[in-house]
Design a protein around this ligand. Sequence first.
Ligand code: BF8
Length: 629
Amino acid sequence: MKREKFVVDPVTEEMRKRAKKLGIRTVWERYKENHARSKDAPFQATCTTCQQGPCVNVKTHGVCGMNKDIIVSKNLVSETTIGASAHVGHARRVANILRGVGDGSITAYSIKEKEKLDCVYKGLGLSGANTDEKKATEIADTILDDISKLEGTPKMLLYRALEDRQKLWEDKNILINGACPEIMEAQNRIAMGMDADMKNLLLGACRLGLVDAYCGMYPATTIQDILLGIPNITKIKTNLTVIKRDEINIVVHGHIPLLADAIIDATEEYNDEKEEKENKPKINLVGMCCTGMEVLMRKGVNYGGDILQQELAIATGAIELFVADIQCTQPAVVDAAKNFHTKVIMTDPMSKMEGAEYIEFDAEKAEEIGKKIVDMAVENYKNRDQSKVFIPDYEPHEMVAGFSTEELLKVLDKVKPGDPIGALVDQIKDGNIRGICAVIGCVTPRDTYGFRTVELIRELIKNNILVVLTGCVATVASYHDLLKPDSSYPGVGEGLKKVMDAVAKANDLDAVPPCIFMGACVDNSRIEEVLNAVANYLHVRIDQLPVAGSAPEYIAEKAIPIGIWTVLLGIFTHIGDQPNIAASERVVKFLTDDIEDIFGGKFYVEADPYIAAEKIIGVIEEKRKALGI
Ligand code: BF8
């Protein structure tokens, strides 16, 4: 019943109708087509490893004699490897840029956060450098060494993970070496005739969760903060309606905000010049996916939409350039762009796209490339056919963002000066906040747009659970005003409402939003920072805290190592869809049950947001009871 009453974002609905009319096939149409043809495909045990097969929909054993539990486990290791590689690839790219800033070969970026630089330098166990540049170089080298070294635990893991966790991971023999050998050995163990032990394979996948977090997400967030600034509270607008009919629109998309930063600078320069030449239209930057989240957090750029809305942005007919760096770009954008003057620009050598133009991002020439992109957009605006432009007539939504760990602590410090973590812990102990749930990850075409995420969040905040968000889930949350500061706090439980009132008052704000948006997917590292601080404050382990994680609509491979990492932290982790493991009851049981005895956390799979919310609330209440609060 509640599902039927769910109001889907009308802007997305209108744009889907419009795309259909124009013959632009969107992700939802392709989902229906493909899923209808292979309804059970995601749940089969299929092995394509060797030429004796392929062994499709294996009932008991493949040609080589491998049972389906092993096939499913191997496939999971493979997907996890891809996810972890994506985040490590991101970290490697930004570490190389930090290195260039340190040695002076890159001048388009500089060290924006000296305090964080010092703190990370010390935290990584480094000493002796007497200039910021030398510190930057040594931090970059350490992170690159964490990625490449054959032996030895990554320094970022030693710095960031709590000691008791490190000890546990060591005891269970999953403490990692550098990311590259880990990824290589993960591929090695799934080669034909190699690992045929389900538990051993799944613990192998666990190693990749640590690779993802400490050689991928943490370094990415840390370096981006140092080079681009630590986010502060900011208010922006969201949804496709931030695209402007009378302006030149450039979409910045992907995950690494460094190219986008150069485009922002070039845009500002162009718009300043424009003030003097009235007849020139302004440039409007529109963020999408995680690059969009990075630039909204740090630069207040309005946010156009998530992974599912890419073709819809182009279908407005008002996008001059769609510029993407890495990850989560649906190749379908090229087909959508053919209907208009829109140019799709890819910028990374590992992420080219047939039908798109290619301008390689080179950080040493960032300024020049930023200007070139702006010039291209201005030039392409001349080709726009205004009669083909359609932007639904709705106001964009308001979103408060910018909650880095540092900013969150500043906000809490105003509530309890000198003891910001205490300010949060007091509310948890008093029961105004029953617990914390991190709702993270993507949005899916497998269900009504935004339904699972929005309804899950609504249930949680109604029950006084503090919700923190990263990733595309925040998009749909914002379309339902869950990131809007509204002093009447509709739908928020009494206890949480009291806390929000107090936080707003202490910070001289009219209101704070019901959920806390902490950034892009790599910024999940910020969430662990906060949880570690709370665990330390209470002198308990992180797995004892009344917290949970949820990725109600995950779709990307990257979400798999992230989910594994949260389980390794000891956190109850809800996901909305079964990954490709349902063909093996033993694998499902291991990940949703047995693993809890090893690490304290486990997966829980449930598509229905109401059932999932009830379960999460139950787990949080159990943890409270066990802690005696
Ligand atoms: O890393 S939430 S669809 S944009 S994978 Fe991709 Fe998922 Fe969006 Fe960013 Ni994260």
